[in-house]
Structure formats: C-alpha cells, structure tokens
Design a protein around this ligand. Structure first.
Ligand code: FES
Ligand SMILES: [Fe+2]
Length: 381
C-alpha cells in the first residue's frame, strides 16, 4: 500500500495523458479479462465535459453510456442504446430535458429513462409510450466526477428509491482547499491495475527520480494493517522518510501522519495530516472493459495553500509519476497477452492477496474477511 500512496498520492496530480493503450498497429492491447464487481459506483467521466445540451459518451464495465446534464443541473447516465432498435442515443439530440433518438425520434426523460413520446403512434394505436424505458443508471456528481451505479447484468429496472450504497466522496477537512485531478488509461484488467498500484516493491524501480527516491534508498519497512469493512487500512504512521515530498511536509514542524485505506471494489483513500495541514486523495481503478481499466486520482489539500504555482508544479510531477506506472503496465500488458502463470509473494504482495480474497468474498456473498485482526507486514522498498 505504501506504493499506492506513492503512485497516486503525494503532491502530484494531473495530466492529459494521451491514450497509449494500443499497439503500434493501433490494435487495442488485449490481455486476460477480470471478473467484474457490479452493484457499485464507478466514475464515468469528468463533469466539466458536460456542456449545455451536449451528450458525452463513456464506457464502464463494458457498458457503453451516454452521459449528460439536464437543464436543472442533474447529471444522468443511460445505456447508449435505443431500446427500439439499438442505435446509440448519443448520436441523437438533447435539448436539456429530453434525449431524442435519431432513428425514429422516440423521446426519453434521461434520469429515469422513461419514454415520453413515440412520434409514429397514431390515433389507432393503444401503446402507452411511458411504459417503455431505456436503461438509465443512478448517476451522481461528486468531486467533479459523474459517478454511475452499475447494476448486475439482468438485474432489471431497480425499484425507485431502493437502497444502494452511498456515493464515494473525497474527504475534505475544511471549506478552503486546492484540488487537482489526473487520469490514465491502463491496458490491463482491473485486477492488475489495482494490485499494480498497491504493490510497495515497485517504487524504487519504476519511480526512480531525484525528487522521489532511488534504488539506493531501499530500506526495510514495517507497516501495520487492520481490517475495515470490505477492505483494509494501513494504520496511521509516519510516511516513508526516504520520500522527498514527505520531507517537505516536515517544514510545518508537526508530526506527519498518513492513513491509507483500500476498499472494494476499487477505491484507495489516503489522508496525510501534519497538524492543521492536510492532503487527501481518492484513487480509483475502474474497469472500462473486462480487460482494460483506467486510473483516476482526485485530490484536495490545504498544505502550502499560499505557495504560488504549486498546483501546476504538483500536476507536472503527478503526471510524470502516473506516467511511469502507465508505461510499466503497457510493457506488462505485452507479457500478459501470452497468459503466463504468475505468483504473489509474502509480504510485499500480501495486500494483493487480501484484495483477491475480499473480491471473492464479495462475489460469493460470504462476507468472509481475510484479516481477523491487526497484522504487521515487512518489506524492503
Ligand atoms: S431506434 Fe431509436 S427510435 Fe427507433
Ligand atoms: Fe507506481
């Protein structure tokens, strides 16, 4: 987990990563697929892409989505497919209230998916258009993401008002803060994306940089973990002394403490506090399809609030950092194409083992937790 912190967090953020998840021939790099976790929230896209009366598209868990914002400000996400004859709704029209299919002009209220009008119906027809629904998914805006709740295939239309899990949200500790976001497509399945980022042992090799750490700085670490609901926590600890950004935080003269949680299906939160100062990030690795994923990092902080140009500098380093992970995973995807057998070792890969056990428990509904109490892990990084 230390590396999750490493990979996603710290003072780094942002990028407009070009999509390099295709081979030189332009073919998508395709590795083995992962089992997907449904009935949970995933970030579909950034809501600053939702312009007035425009429809945007996204893909989550292999489901094509059309996403937009109604005139009243509410965001919506529908399956990008007309229930009549399947043309993508995103090629149709949107007037801020209704989505109109380009093929036969059926009109849909996009939050509920309800069909409001079928223009071809005559006085001789008895079909009630409003009994027809396009697939619409619960969609909520938080921290600049449009989060979409993806129900399991074939689970039918969710009863209005039925209990669903709370929408994920970045923790903030006061009103005033700075914020940044970064994203990168990864050419591997969500399992490889998640365990790649939670793996502490790659840091000194993948992220060698004068401002971060070097191979020579490898040292033995001991971290305490404890079970939390559907996940685990790296208990509050002083961050790695061999990482420059954490040394920087030392200027406040307060003890620096960081807590990192991983929670299913794909969320890692990190909170760093030094007295009144804080840095908070939420990283998600989202299955775009069963064999590809995307990492999104949103962060907020009040550390160095008054330092000019800090945000662009942080974004520059953040982009570089995630880029190193992305490039490594592109190389890894080349190897994974041939379905090699793989291994996980103790202790450095223990969090990965917990992830797989938690995921299996969720998929099978056993509620079994791989940790029955606090444990210490040791590794060198
Ligand atoms: S395909 Fe959409 S209205 Fe016919
Ligand atoms: Fe990394």
């Amino acid at each position: 987990m230390a590396a999750l912190l490493v990979c996603a967090g710290a003072l780094l953020l942002w990028s407009e990563m070009p999509l390099v998840t295709t081979t030189e021939a332009g073919v998508p790099i395709q590795g083995p697929s992962a089992t997907l976790i449904y009935d949970d929230w995933y970030p579909a896209l950034r809501t600053d892409q939702l312009r007035n009366g425009k429809l945007a598209t996204a893909m989550l868990l292999g489901i094509p989505l059309v996403v937009g914002r109604r005139k009243d400000g509410r965001v919506f996400a529908m399956r990008d497919s007309c229930p009549h004859r399947g043309i993508p709704l995103s090629v149709g029209w949107f007037d801020g209230n209704r989505v109109t299919c380009r093929y036969h002009g059926w009109e849909f209220e996009p939050c509920s998916g309800r069909c409001e009008l079928i223009p071809s119906l005559s006085s001789h027809d008895h079909l009630d258009a409003t009994k027809i629904y396009a697939s619409a998914y619960p969609c909520e805006e938080r921290d600049g993401h449009a989060w979409v709740y993806v129900p399991g295939p074939g689970s039918g239309k969710r009863a209005q008002g039925a209990e669903i899990r709370p929408v994920p949200e970045l923790k903030k500790f006061e009103e005033r803060y700075r914020t940044a976001f970064l994203t990168a497509d990864l050419p591997c399945n969500v399992d490889h994306g998640i365990i790649g980022l939670m793996d502490p042992a790659h840091g000194p090799f993948v992220h060698q940089a004068w401002w971060w750490r070097s191979r020579a700085s490898i040292r033995e670490k001991t971290k305490k973990f404890e079970p939390i609901a559907e996940g685990f926590r790296m208990s509050a600890h002083a961050p790695s002394a061999n990482s420059a950004p954490y040394k920087l935080l030392g200027v406040y003269g307060q003890p620096v403490e960081t807590t990192i949680d991983f929670v299913l299906p794909n969320r890692r939160t990190e909170i760093i506090r030094a007295g009144e100062k804080w840095f908070s990030s939420l990283t998600t690795v989202t299955p775009v399809t069963a064999s590809t994923c995307r990492i999104d990092v949103i962060a907020a902080w009040n550390v160095f609030y008054w330092v000019p140009f800090l945000t662009p500098i942080a974004k520059f380093f953040g982009a570089k950092f995630v880029r190193q992970d992305q490039e490594t995973m592109i190389q890894q995807a080349e190897g994974l194409k041939h379905n090699p057998s793989l291994m996980l070792i103790d202790d450095a890969d223990k969090p990965a083992k917990w992830y797989f056990a938690l995921k299996q428990a969720r998929l099978e509904g056993t509620g079994k937790h791989p940790l029955d109490g606090a444990v210490e892990l040791h590794w060198r990084s």
